[in-house]
Ligand binder design. Structure first.
Ligand code: ASP
Length: 310
């Protein structure tokens, strides 16, 4: 039996203690712990890594504190367009959706693309039609409305900027793309990522999260990775797959490979953010080059923690 491990993130960026109230910090910690425990419970009951990452990400999507599902940020046009992906490291199967509107849990739709179609990646209307055909839960625009996101969006509109949700300075900040990676009792790994993208994004902009190899990747031979940060730079770096390649072709450990990508390669091009990873032995790493990253990790080796700052 392998070491079972689950790691989660709720986004990275300028997350500073001085912007946080004790109550808000406690709320984040509770939300992270809840998602971590739910996903870990799947692994404890001999469930698969794939089910564990979907369970954890769905819980984070339902939590308005994070920028995914219910807490998704506003686009330039005042809508919510969400991206998500899931990948099964045991067989290399993957599913992803981009720019979907009115879907309660985009990660569930990404998994449906993987399991119920011959495709990997569906965008916009086609993905939404698939959700209808399969009876995947939808939600009206007011489900996705949150005061904080609306205030952030207005600030971004005034400055004419597109921004990582965590980097818009508000007194009461509620941020974060979400993701999970897991290794199950059979040594299979999986990854999932879900996001509302960047505040004030335009023209059908798609980030790294749903792009297999950039924001999300899993292979039993190397690792499972879920990224968060400035998507454009993660796309250009093929960040998640780069970690896998460094392990496969250079013989690096998970931690060494992630350090190379997050702390060197991404930093060099100004790619702010971080990532979480597990390997098939159940080792985990959680790294970021920003001020903070909402994160948590739990493992049968005895590790259990949630954290926010450096
Ligand atoms: N990577 C996401 C994107 O660019 C944003 C984030 O991680 O907060 O869409």
């Amino acid at each position: 039996m392998s070491t079972i491990t689950l790691a989660i993130h709720g986004g990275a960026g300028t997350i500073l203690r001085e912007h946080m109230t004790p109550a808000l910090e406690a709320a984040y910690q509770q939300a992270l712990q809840r998602a971590l425990d739910k996903g870990y419970a799947v692994l404890e009951k001999q469930g698969t890594a794939l089910d564990a990452v979907e369970t954890a990400v769905k819980d984070l999507e339902d939590e308005p504190l994070f920028n995914a599902g219910k807490g998704s940020v506003f686009t330039f046009n005042g809508e919510h367009e969400m991206d998500a992906a899931i990948m099964d490291g045991s067989n290399g199967m993957a599913g992803a959706v981009a720019g979907v509107r009115g879907i309660r849990n985009p990660v569930e739709l990404a998994r449906a693309v993987m399991q119920h179609t011959e495709h990997v990646f569906l965008a916009g209307r086609g993905a939404e039609e698939l959700a209808k055909a399969l009876g995947i839960p939808e939600a009206s625009p007011d489900y996705f409305f949150t005061e904080q996101r609306n205030a952030q969006w207005k600030l971004a509109q005034e400055s004419g900027q597109t921004a990582l949700d965590h980097n818009i300075q508000l007194k009461d900040k509620k941020f974060g793309t979400v993701g999970a990676v897991a290794c199950d009792h059979a040594g299979n790994v999986a990854a999932a990522t879900s996001t509302g993208g960047m505040t004030n994004k335009r023209w059908g902009r798609i980030g790294d999260s749903p792009i297999i190899g950039s924001g999300t990747y899993a292979s039993n031979h190397t690792c499972a990775i879920s990224c968060t940060g400035h998507g454009e730079l993660f796309i250009r770096s093929i960040a998640a797959y780069d970690v896998s390649c460094l392990m496969e072709y250079k013989g690096m450990t998970l931690e060494e490979a992630m350090r190379m990508v997050v702390m060197h390669k991404l930093v060099k091009i100004g790619g702010e953010g971080g990532m979480i990873g597990v390997d098939a032995a159940g080792n985990a790493a959680l790294l970021f080059n920003s001020e903070g990253m909402y994160r948590g990790v739990r493992s049968s080796s005895g590790v259990s923690e949630v954290a926010i700052y450096k």
